[in-house]
Design a protein around this ligand. Sequence first.
Ligand code: PEP
Length: 258
Amino acid sequence: MRAIVAGNWKMNGTLAETRSLLAALAPEIETAEANGVDVVVIPPFTALETASATLRSAGSRIHLGAQDLHWEPKGAFTGEISVGMLRELGCSFVLVGHSERRAHFGEGGAVLLAKLEAAIRGGLTPILCVGEKLEEREAGRTEGVLDDQLDETLFALAPRDIAGVVVAYEPVWAIGTGRTATPQQAEEAHRHIRHRIAGRFGEEEGARSRILYGGSVTSANAAELLRRPGVDGALVGGASLKAAEFAGIVRLATQGGT
Ligand code: PEP
């Protein structure tokens, strides 16, 4: 299975910063594709066109992703961006249900299902983010929370639609906090998610689903996480804004975390 290392820039990246970060990154990770790792950068909407042009002129095979999408193809949705618009800018991936969208913009349930369906219909690979809050983990509710989040999104999709959907396990308490899940915690959560996918869509789908870990991943802790069975890559926030850091994580992924 091909690993994925995706960098979510969040609301960071002027056009000048986008050009310089990608120009530095492209040569660093030239061989990742050939070594079985899909590398994805996910800048803000405003930088997608510049990112696309910079990657093209560097001859880079880094994939481009967006941080969000609207579920309708066009219309009276002020401020929103459709799948077609993202495709036009060269995107092939899109985040769905990042915990910051859930927390700050009230996204959940039906909205996320509609976004997933729109992404798939429009030919983008969604990276569906799921994860528990600290109080939910401390109350022993991690698996129940993951189940609920999967039930209303991934598991509500038709079986024919789910091939290719990527899941990112991102414990909310680990995002942007510097506090990473232990490799053991990550492995357990990934095992649970895979088991649930297999239960819903069959063993084959469970085995081929790509499940990424996200939450304060750096080049210092990535090896331990990526080495764990069932951890198929990383969704990286803060560390993806530094070319050397992000390239270091990609390098570890090409070595399977060893
Ligand atoms: C993220 O934004 O998905 C993320 C995991 O952020 P960070 O790596 O900064 O914790």
